[in-house]
Design a protein around this ligand. Structure first.
Ligand code: NOJ
Ligand code: MG
Length: 572
């Protein structure tokens, strides 16, 4: 018989507890223990009335973000660009597009972010430039231009055909014809985004200088766009056909029909990433992070990109949760996903999770608004760095965009497949007022959600039941409790359908996270787990502090609970 003595844990309430070093015996590593918040600059806050968000707008909202309780911001590209792919087509790696402001605005942003304790991660787009970049303009002037080899050029086949069978991610072949020099050039995405040739050492040197340029301006890290695509097989051999169509890739036609063995995942990437890491590590001042965008289903391959000490990425993004649609939002699938990430990353690096980004439908739309709260609880209680997409903290949903207002080139190029990413890029909803407080100008660049009178920061700030209040409470609790930001992760295998449950523990502190993924009540029976007190509920803020006996935990429909478990002193 176990004798239990129960000490009732006090649920988090006060701000003093926000101190991240509170009861934290080991050093805080910001990119492991903190939370990253992604900002899509076009859509955050517009301060000059042109309907497009800008750097000054981000600076203005830094106190909001600090108060929300995130630790770092990642800014999608704000560099000079013709904006064909909304900034992922860079025309100058070392400046700010006038739409977003100036370098001085950027310096002000970094200084103000650091002032309120936020790190700044910038996007770095190495795979391709804009076709308007001066490097490409030069390269295409003649076949023997010194910059020619900075890009990838090939003759047509003798029969006039394309150099190989590679397909661009955004549809169509990966080759476009240059009439002046009568050769094809390579582009993994749009024809306006020619791929750089990373086998060329001058390219590497120039791009690494760009990293130094931003480090000199105080940035704390880089999110590296499609890093596993930057090197291609020198042979440019055809890709073989894909025998099993990848269910993760949206129906992208010919792209999904190939195995991308020759245009991605080159064996030399590891040396390139090592070089990249040493450029970052060798730059004086501060601890910086390198996060890589990698779409890779094989978790063994995914984990091989890690290399905290050995020159790999600190964090290769884990996009597994982005696949979650209502159909996949199942406890067994999530438990299996987390188990996969936990085991693949053992001895390699620190796990990480992403719930939304500028390329994927909003989580509220994928799993439903009630489950989006459960998803937020899960994201912020799992072991690993969470990345949170702007607007998800208030429960923004995909905004349907009528065809005449559609802007995303992917959607426009591949019509009828609903590949457009505009719905998840709509303006942040700040107030119930005009244009949701996003712009004082006549019109935002994309339409606002119809729910913006109720779903906005101002309204939700004063509502303890709002998504914003829940997110804020979760962020504070995660920061305050070492068990949640660095503790162990132990999944609970439950027979009951409908729940995903796990324990996070550090020292004497233990938290049980119980997530009901169904819209019906459930009793979760975990005898032998002791008892505790509700620290947070996704549906009932009044239940905080309620004592819970784990032998029968009542969960309301769509309820997630964080239960602070009592310390168990057992004697036989
Ligand atoms: C990945 C980015 O996340 C996406 O938005 C962009 O379109 C492509 N890379 C091309 O840069
Ligand atoms: Mg503006």
């Amino acid at each position: 018989m176990h004798q239990r003595s129960i000490s009732t844990p006090v649920p988090p309430t006060n701000d003093e507890a926000l101190s991240r070093h509170h009861r934290d015996p080991e050093p805080w590593v910001w990119w492991k223990h903190g939370v990253v918040y992604q900002i899509y600059p076009r859509s955050f806050l517009d301060t000059d009335g042109d309907g497009i968000g800008d750097l000054a707008g981000i600076t203005e909202k830094l106190p909001y973000l600090a108060n929300l309780g995130v630790d770092a911001i990642w800014l999608s590209p704000f560099y000079p660009s013709p904006m064909v792919d909304f900034g992922y087509d860079v025309a100058d790696y070392c400046d700010v597009d006038p739409l977003f402001g100036t370098l001085e605005d950027f310096d002000r942003l970094v200084a103000a972010a650091h002032e309120v304790g936020l790190k700044v991660i910038v996007d770095f787009v190495p795979n391709h430039t804009s076709d308007q970049h001066p490097w490409f303009a030069e390269a295409r002037t003649s076949r023997n231009n010194p910059k020619r080899d900075w890009y990838v050029w090939r003759d047509a086949k003798p029969d006039g055909g394309l150099p190989n069978n590679w397909q661009a991610y955004f549809g169509g072949p990966m080759w476009s014809w240059d009439e002046t020099t009568r050769q094809y050039y390579l582009h993994s995405f749009l024809p306006q985004q020619p791929d750089l040739n990373w086998h060329n050492s001058e390219v590497r040197a120039a791009m690494f200088d760009a990293l130094r340029f931003w480090m000199a301006r105080g940035v704390d890290g880089f999110r590296v766009d499609v890093i596993n695509q930057v090197m291609k097989a020198r042979s440019l051999a055809d890709n073989p056909p894909n025998p099993v169509r990848n269910p993760r890739i949206k129906d992208m036609g010919d792209y999904a029909a190939q195995l991308h063995v020759n245009d991605q995942g080159h064996a030399d990437l590891k040396y390139l990433i090592q070089e990249f890491r040493s450029v970052v590590d060798d730059y004086p001042g501060g601890e910086r992070v390198v996060v890589g965008e990698i779409h890779e289903d094989d978790l063994g391959v995914w984990a091989s990109y890690y290399g905290e000490n050995g020159g790999g990425l600190h964090l290769p993004f884990n996009f597994g949760l982005l696949e979650s649609s209502r159909a996949h939002w199942q406890p067994d699938e999530l438990r299996a996903h987390v188990a996969g990430i936990e085991s693949a990353s053992v001895g390699k690096g620190w796990p990480n999770y992403v719930l939304g980004n500028h390329d994927e439908h909003r989580v509220s739309t994928r799993v439903g608004e009630a489950q989006a709260r459960v998803a937020m609880m899960m994201l912020l209680t799992l072991r690993g760095t969470p990345t949170l997409y702007y607007g998800d903290e208030i429960g923004m949903v995909n905004v349907p965009i009528s065809p005449e207002l559609a802007r995303d080139p992917w959607g426009l190029r591949v019509p009828g497949m609903e590949l457009g990413r505009d719905p998840e890029r709509t303006p942040m909803q700040w107030t119930p007022g005009r244009n949701a407080g996003f712009t004082y100008g006549p019109e935002p660049w994309l339409p606002l959600a119809t729910d913006c009178a109720t779903v906005n920061v101002e309204k939700e700030s004063s509502d303890p039941r709002s998504m914003l209040s829940l997110t804020r409470a979760l962020l504070r609790m995660r920061r305050r409790e070492p068990a949640l930001h660095r503790g162990s992760y132990d999944p609970i295998e439950v027979d009951k359908d409908g729940c995903f449950a796990f324990v996070r523990a550090y020292g004497q502190r233990r938290f049980l996270v119980a997530l009901n993924m169904r819209s019906s009540t459930v009793v979760l029976r975990l005898p032998g787990r002791g008892s505790g007190a509700v620290a947070l509920s996704t549906v009932a803020s009044e239940s905080v502090g309620r004592l819970v006996d784990c032998s029968a935990i009542n969960l309301q429909p769509d309820e997630g609970l964080v239960i602070s478990l009592a310390e168990i002193t057992s004697s036989r």
